[in-house]
Design a protein around this ligand. Structure first.
Ligand code: IVH
Length: 668
């Protein structure tokens, strides 16, 4: 036997420590630091050394276990049968090699019957049914022990709580396995809400699904509209089931949602064709997939193949190559939003990624900036993961200039210089100065936007000047601006000033929902504002509403209720409201008319909905809305179902609000 030298031993120790650390980050903290590809590289190198020097395989080597230990927040749940992971391939040649091994072990020359399934990019969970009743649900954890998240899983509509009587009798203990994930459109809507609440957006649907599933409050999980797709079972006795195909049929009969792209394929060539098709179509799906899982169909063959330490020999994941593009970070700026959250933004040398030219990438917050270890001038790989704003995946360290500097996260607000704070349990740094010009600018812009007072001509540039010249200290000052004050401003000729003053005057007659929206209360977007107007009817009764009543409104909840009460308790805000009254803003009464709720609003419908499109068209039109077939800047809402295609992207680009069926129902 060849003896390893000191260098190999050191490398092995380093690899094991690294892999253990990444396992912990991935499984326990749900916060992976490196990409799957990089993790695989480390793991492959570990296996390579252990293959060459088998005497070095220790029982506690990461190669001998499935993952790291579980976190302590939920009760542990032991899986009766371990939840394995999958071997990976990244090319047709590698898949052909997998297939060759399968045929060799099965001692057959024939094409193998496979079932191909999209590799859903969510979280694997197990559901335990005892006598047909859903009793316990858990995450995968380290493959042996996961977390008991039964209460949260029960809120997912696509998880049946009871199985049919014949199935319950046949399989008194049945474990169903599958993936929980979030639709891209759901994440878009969620991120809009989070942003309105001043909470930084979630990076991608996978993180969003993971976070939503591990909520200690199941109500939050319920609101997140997660989806479960089943793809496997285990039971003490699999009577009557001879293949993966039979499993899929059984799960379908039992009303589990099964992915629509699952299909059989025989031999390498057919599998490769299906893979190509899936890769081509993946952008049109409303959920992320990161490859295709290929399973040997017949159970007798699966059994004959068995498993290696952490993965079955009868299945493999063929991963897609994510489109990553290299560019350079020219600068990092820190932008202050309307709510005071400070976001680092990478200014990039413009490049095309997944069909769009991008020149900005969000770096989210200080933790992310440090995790990536960004230096100015760094060459980086960027990737668009469903979002319009791309993420920085990693820095190409080899190309770093020797004297490259780290951007420094500011201690003080880049706009008003007051000290930034990072509230407990938050990733964002915030400027707490209510008079901060950058926040005020954002507020003013929001106040005058289409959904609010709709003052044409009051854009971000003018907002900046008005604040800089101290003509406006809060949005209430807009209504008493004069010709004399506006004329000296940059680019404000007489005509423009007259138009602006006309628009301000007209805006004083505003509808109550728009008035409420314009105030910019955290969490109160257009839908919530309409709801509040319907419920309270006048501005005065909303102003004096108590927290209990607000909390009980469907679609408001305790956090927003608190924000509303705090908003009206603030003396600065009361002053602003007085200014508005004195300047002649009409605080109107509002009639919650059943019929005209959507009047003046235009909709476009896309994707597959739970009922025919005409049903929704009639619903919208009956409430006074208009439905058209193509999206433009005048469209108010895109009603979006599954597999929405290009309309969703276009809506994104034009800033058209994307809503779900459920939200439409909430409007009505
Ligand atoms: S089967 C023994 N099927 O991939 C087979 N897994 O690395 C184990 N996944 O953690 C899993 N889609 O979260 C299987 N159609 C699919 C899947 C799938 C996604 C995930 C699952 C698991 C990981 C395996």
């Amino acid at each position: 036997m060849v003896e390893p030298d000191k260098k190999i031993r050191e490398e092995l120790n380093r690899l094991r420590a690294e892999i253990n650390r990444h396992n912990q980050l991935y499984y326990d903290q749900d916060n992976p630091e490196i990409s799957d590809a990089d993790y695989d590289r480390l793991f492959d190198r570990l296996l390579e050394i252990e293959r060459e020097f088998p005497q070095l395989i220790a029982p506690d080597s990461p190669s001998q276990r499935v993952g790291a230990a579980v976190s302590g927040r939920f009760e542990p749940a032991v899986h009766r049968v371990p939840m394995l992971s999958l071997q990976k391939v990244t090319s047709e040649e590698e898949f052909a090699e997998f297939d060759r091994r399968v045929r060799e072990l099965l001692e057959t020359e024939d094409d193998v019957e496979y079932v191909t399934e999209p590799k859903l990019d969510g979280l694997a969970v197990e559901l335990v049914y005892i006598n047909g009743n859903f009793m316990k649900g858990s995450t995968r954890g380290d493959g042996t022990t996961g977390e008991n998240i039964t209460a949260n899983l029960k809120t997912i509509e696509t998880i049946p709580l009871r199985l049919s009587k014949p199935t319950a009798a046949r399989y008194p203990l049945l474990e169903v396995r599958g993936e929980v994930f979030m639709h891209r459109s759901t994440l878009d809507t969620l991120n809009c809400t989070l942003q309105e609440q001043g909470v930084p957006p979630l990076a991608n649907p996978r993180n969003a699904a993971a976070g939503s599933l591990r909520q200690l409050d199941s109500k939050v999980t319920e609101e997140r509209k997660l989806i479960f797709h089943a793809y496997g079972i285990s039971a003490t006795d699999l009577i009557g089931l001879g293949s993966q195909n039979d499993v899929i049929k059984l799960l379908t009969r039992e009303k589990f949602e099964i992915n629509e792209s699952i299909c059989p394929a025989k031999g390498v060539a057919q599998v490769a064709t299906v893979f190509g098709r899936l890769d081509e179509n993946r952008e049109s799906l409303d959920y992320d997939i990161d490859g295709m899982v290929i399973k040997v169909n017949r159970f007798d063959q699966q059994e004959a193949l068995g498993q290696i330490s952490r993965a079955p020999r009868w299945a493999v994941a063929w991963k897609f190559a994510a489109e990553q593009v290299e560019t350079v970070i020219e600068d990092v700026i820190f932008s202050v939003g309307r709510t005071g959250a400070v976001t680092p933004v990478a200014k990039l040398k413009p490049v095309r990624v997944a069909g769009a030219i991008v020149s900005n990438a969000t770096l989210h917050n200080q933790d992310e900036l440090e995790r990536l270890d960004i230096h100015l001038g760094d060459h980086v790989l960027i990737q668009r993961a469903g979002d319009v704003i791309p993420d920085v995946v990693e820095v190409i360290l080899d190309k770093r200039q020797p004297n490259a500097l780290r951007p420094r996260f500011p201690k003080n607000c880049p706009s008003c210089d007051s000290s930034l704070v990072r509230p407990e349990n938050e990733a964002a740094h915030r400027c707490l100065n209510v008079a901060c010009p950058a926040q005020l600018e954002g507020c003013l812009f929001h106040f005058a936007s289409k959904g609010g007072f709709d003052i044409e001509g009051l854009g971000d540039k003018l907002a900046r000047q008005l604040i800089g010249e101290k003509l406006v200290t809060d949005p209430g000052d807009i209504f008493s601006l004069t010709n004399e004050q506006l004329l000296p401003l940059e680019l404000m000729a007489e005509k423009r000033v007259a138009n602006l003053l006309g628009a301000i005057e007209r805006s004083k007659k505003i509808e109550l929902p728009k008035l409420i929206y314009a105030l910019g209360i955290l969490g109160v977007g257009e839908a919530a504002a309409r709801l509040l107007a319907d419920e309270f009817g006048t501005f005065g009764s909303l102003q004096s509403a108590d927290i209990e009543r607000l909390e009980q409104l469907q679609g408001i909840g305790p956090v927003i209720a608190r924000n509303i009460v705090a908003f009206f308790d603030n003396s600065g805000n009361s002053k602003m409201i007085s200014k508005m009254r004195e300047a002649g803003v009409v605080f109107p009464k509002h009639q919650a008319t059943q019929q005209g709720q959507l009047s003046g609003k235009s909709f476009v419908i896309t994707g597959t909905l739970s009922r025919p499109r005409n049903y929704f068209k009639n619903l919208i039109e009956a409430a006074g809305g208009k439905v058209s077939s193509s999206i433009s800047a005048h469209t108010n809402y895109l009603l979006c179902g599954e597999n929405p295609g290009s309309k969703r992207d276009k809506a994104h680009k034009l800033g058209v609000e994307i809503i779900t069926e459920r939200q439409l129902q909430d409007f009505l």
